[in-house]
Design a protein. Structure first.
Length: 120
């Protein structure tokens, strides 16, 4: 799951997931069975759930045609909850975080921090 963090209301990974799962109005061009609707709704729902959830935070934005890194601090939640009306809420515990160290997206290093005995 790849979620954006560029909204000012997003302060944590859980906030980003909640924002991603909100219902949104989208433009459509429906012409099936004489439907002339121009708008529809999009909502994220799970069809099948696995034991692991991999979340990618979109830390890249476009500015004047260039990609820039978003240096926003994000709270890392120990548990992530996906809301789902079909299966009930699914809770995923945090087991590791992969970080990019570097000021720009074209260079830097990746480090992995794993949860051991409850500590990251």
């Amino acid at each position: 799951m790849s979620v954006s963090i560029d909204n000012i209301k997003i302060k944590s990974i859980q906030d980003a997931i909640n924002f991603f799962q909100e219902e949104e109005l989208i433009n459509v061009n429906c012409n099936i069975n004489r439907c002339s609707s121009k708008f529809g709704k999009r909502r994220f729902q799970l069809i099948h759930s696995s034991n692991y959830l991999i979340i990618t935070l979109k830390r890249v934005a476009s500015s004047n045609g260039n990609l820039i890194k978003i240096h926003k601090n994000i709270e890392i939640n120990k548990n992530i909850i996906l809301k789902n009306c079909n299966f009930g809420d699914q809770k995923y515990p945090l087991i590791c975080v992969l970080d990019h160290l570097g000021g720009i997206i074209n260079s830097g290093h990746y480090i992995c921090k794993c949860l051991i005995n409850g500590f990251l």
